[in-house]
Write a new protein. Structure first.
Lengths: 189, 189
DNA sequence: TCTTTGCGCGAACGAACGTTCGTGTACTTG
DNA sequence: CAAGTACACGAACGTTCGTTCGCGCAAAGA
């Protein structure tokens, strides 16, 4: 449960993310959610629109987080290789700071209703294209070894997926060690 | 659909894996499954026990596949580093050869009923411990750079998770390139 | 030929689902 | 004090779920 002062609406969003993370969106019921908040199911609807809308909020909140990150990154005056490192560092920090929300974002987006789903996939595509371009540039500039950029992109992004699933009791991995492990083999020097 | 001669029971298992992959276990219904097989829902139960049992079969079939792989690997006369490379190669091949089944195995195991869930987690624990030991040995033998073995394990296994999700139309990644990308930075020479 | 077996089917079951609606109540505002 | 707002609630809705049961038919075995 959530302690301290907090609006019921905020509590619902936070607990929904936790519930969706634990059980998955489809297996999580509004009755589950109400129980955890010590509310009756019908009371939820004084604060939220629908179960689907909870998922949309969680997914797009994070999609926009990553979108903003990419814009901010592209505006930096750095080499492409340094931008990639910057992005990866932020990915690690985001995954460790918002694990529940990011788990839902990563694993449950396919349950979005058709219109939202399309928009979501579009946003991800833009992000991945930008990321891929940076990888290509870093290779052309000679900072990274030559690889299929799409292969590298998929591998890099995939390799971080365990971070947000970490048990709350687990000792957090060191950011520098993760970066070292991911990038050392990519660099050409 | 599935062409050629095949027992109805086998068709059900194959189509169930596809359905669970597409929609997720909880969101997939037995009516969906029956539709795809051009059967009525009740007819499924002439061949299978329950929906849960379908999931159990898929998950443990793969758990045992990996268990056997590990036993076979440990029996090889190779350095620890070479064993790790061997395991990773097999992981890639398995993911590309059985993408639907492996997706269900990777993503849907948490919907197993309590008893099966416990057994499944136990099997995974054993596998990961063996893998982790190999990584430690490879570091002690000087073939791999020194890292927290658990960090390396999580990163390596995670980094392959995109393979089994690949669209059937996508061009398959080259096994050697993936191995190179994963291990180059890990090796100490 | 008679009997058994395998299996596809329609109908129906109880349970759980997301959600709506009208009500009661406790604050806030004028 | 009166009016309005916010919100928790019980009851109920229509739907979908996994599954069971008994029936009928066709192929296989004696």
């Amino acid at each position: 449960m959530i302690d301290g002062f907090m609006l019921t609406k905020e509590k619902i969003y936070i607990e929904a993310a936790r519930l969706f993370q634990e059980k998955g969106y489809a297996a999580a019921s509004m009755r589950d959610l109400a129980d955890r908040l010590e509310l009756r199911p019908s009371s939820l609807y004084s604060h939220i629109r629908s179960k689907e809308n909870l998922l949309e909020k969680i997914c797009f909140e994070n999609a926009e987080r990553y979108g903003a990150l990419m814009q901010e990154c592209l505006a930096l005056e750095l080499t492409a290789a340094a931008k990639v490192e910057y992005l990866l560092r932020q990915h690690i920090r985001i995954a460790l700071k918002h694990p529940t929300s990011i788990t839902v974002f990563n694993d449950e987006w396919r349950h979005l209703p058709p219109v939202s789903l399309k928009r979501f996939i579009g946003m991800r595509k833009v992000y991945e294209e930008n990321f891929c371009t940076l990888l290509s540039q870093a290779m052309q500039e000679g900072h990274f070894r030559s690889f299929d950029p799409l292969l590298v992109l998929n591998t890099l992004l995939s390799s971080l997926l365990w971070l947000h699933r970490l048990d709350a009791r687990a000792t957090l991995p060191k950011e520098d060690a993760v970066i070292d492990l991911l990038l050392y083999g990519l660099r050409s020097t």
